[in-house]
Design a protein around this ligand. Structure first.
Ligand SMILES: Cc1cc2nc3c(=O)[nH]c(=O)nc-3n(C[C@H](O)[C@H](O)[C@H](O)COP(=O)(O)OP(=O)(O)OC[C@H]3O[C@@H](n4cnc5c(N)ncnc54)[C@H](O)[C@@H]3O)c2cc1C
Length: 383
């Protein structure tokens, strides 16, 4: 493939902007479009924990691990504070059954060479002195996990793309592709405003990638995975890192929380991919009240409801990244854990697109693994 010159990136979420910011360094002419003016996709509504401990099997874990290690450089390259912090993750359980599951998860991550360790109640308390931690049956600490603030990352990346001569157009939606006479190669992207001639298209449109994929003659099925995080009014600094606290009997789900640069708390419930569609203020109040059992100072915070976020989720749960055979100048990038994976996807995708190579790290995660009848895909599970 000759080096592409004009590249249109559809989707200005954390994944699309990471790919665009990497591509522009290779001298491509980049136009990024997003149908929203505030890039309201999954990235803005994410819990945005940078992690790999619970991810399996090894190839998927390792993809996340490698991206975690790239985050400091990516954050620094954006030239401003994007809320990136490696404050570690603590987790504990208060029942024998859940404790055993946690120990097994820690052992599995250790067998991948991941620096997570079992910890005592005192060690957790030293790590997060403001928390109320009781009745610990099993606990873990992972010092290398962290957090970031996707809206800040996206804005910084957009500014960098524009400074480097690219165009970012928010409020401009993809409508269709124009093809050459063979009907295989895209020659233009029709948007709500204009037609953008192009040599290559990157589709990083989150949950909408499936519909856009149809228009590129390809099938990239996704499952629906709604999630809700609740935010609070800003509070003084109370947490060092990410907290995964156990379920309380009367609540029935685990709670996880972190604190942003401006003091806002972000609180979620259940496991990392738990489905939740309750974005009511009552649910927000209940979740903050539950979190207050672990962090009494949260009693002073006012909950703020956030809309339901829909995780981009290829049908088998694994990332789908790469060119598609039906339309060889269309590159797709859709994934859960896209906050963790954004630096790696940006780097590998831009290398594949610019240099025409195929990186082995992505071989098991190609979009064409699904059959048109919905079968295919990987048979293992990402967590
Ligand atoms: C509740 C929740 C919690 C999460 N927690 C974590 C976590 O702790 N750690 C982690 O790593 N990941 C987490 N994730 C997943 C992560 O947020 C996503 O994988 C990531 O944000 C995906 O980024 P993206 O850029 O691919 O998609 P998005 O952020 O959804 O961006 C896609 C963009 O495409 C645009 N678009 C769509 N259609 C069109 C069109 N027709 N024309 C133009 N533009 C279009 C959208 O407007 C959107 O801005 C979570 C997600 C949710 C919802």
């Amino acid at each position: 493939m000759t080096q592409p010159k004009n590249i249109v990136v559809i989707g200005a979420g954390i994944v699309g902007t990471s790919i665009a910011v990497n591509l522009i360094q290779y001298g491509a002419n980049i136009t990024v479009i997003d149908k929203d003016t505030q890039t309201n996709g999954a990235s803005r509504l994410s819990f945005a924990w940078i992690n790999a401990a619970g991810k399996t099997p090894f190839d998927y874990h390792d993809l996340n691990r490698r991206s975690m290690e790239m985050w400091p450089r990516y954050a620094q390259s954006l030239g401003r504070d994007v809320g990136f912090k490696v404050g570690g993750t603590i987790t504990w359980e208060t029942s024998e059954q859940r404790g055993e599951a946690l120990i097994n998860k820690v052992k599995r991550a250790q067998s991948y060479g991941y620096p997570i360790r079992l910890a005592t109640q005192n060690e957790l308390q030293n790590h997060e002195p403001n928390l109320t931690i009781e009745n610990v049956v099993a606990a873990s600490i992972c010092e290398i996990e962290g957090q970031v603030e996707p809206p800040r990352v996206i804005q910084a990346a957009i500014d960098k793309i524009i400074e480097s001569g690219g165009e970012v157009s928010l409020g401009e939606a993809f409508e269709n592709f124009e093809f050459d006479s063979t009907d295989h190669l895209i020659t233009g992207v029709k948007t709500t405003n204009r037609t953008l001639p192009c040599d290559l298209v990157v589709v990083a449109a989150g949950i909408d990638t499936t519909d856009i994929g149809y228009k590129a003659h390809t099938f990239l099925p996704q499952s629906t995975s709604p999630g809700v995080v609740v935010k609070t009014s800003p509070m003084p600094p109370l947490l060092n890192g990410i907290v995964y606290a156990p379920s309380l009997e009367e609540y029935g789900r685990e709670v996880h929380m972190k604190q942003l640069i401006d003091g806002t708390f972000v609180i979620g419930e259940g496991e990392q991919s738990s489905k939740n569609t309750d974005d009511s203020i009552e649910n927000a109040k209940r979740l903050v009240e539950f979190a207050t059992r672990y962090l009494p100072q949260l009693g002073e915070a006012s909950p703020r409801v956030e809309p339901i976020g829909y995780r981009p989720m290829p049908l088998d749960g694994f990332p789908a990244i790469g060119f598609v055979k039906e339309t060889p100048n269309a590159y797709m990038a859709v994934t859960h854990s896209g906050v963790t994976l954004a630096p790696l996807i940006g780097e590998l995708a831009s290398i594949e697109i610019t240099h025409g190579v195929s990186t082995p790290q992505l071989d098991a995660f190609r979009p064409n693994r699904f059959n048109t009848d919905g079968t295919g895909g990987r048979t293992d599970s990402p967590d």
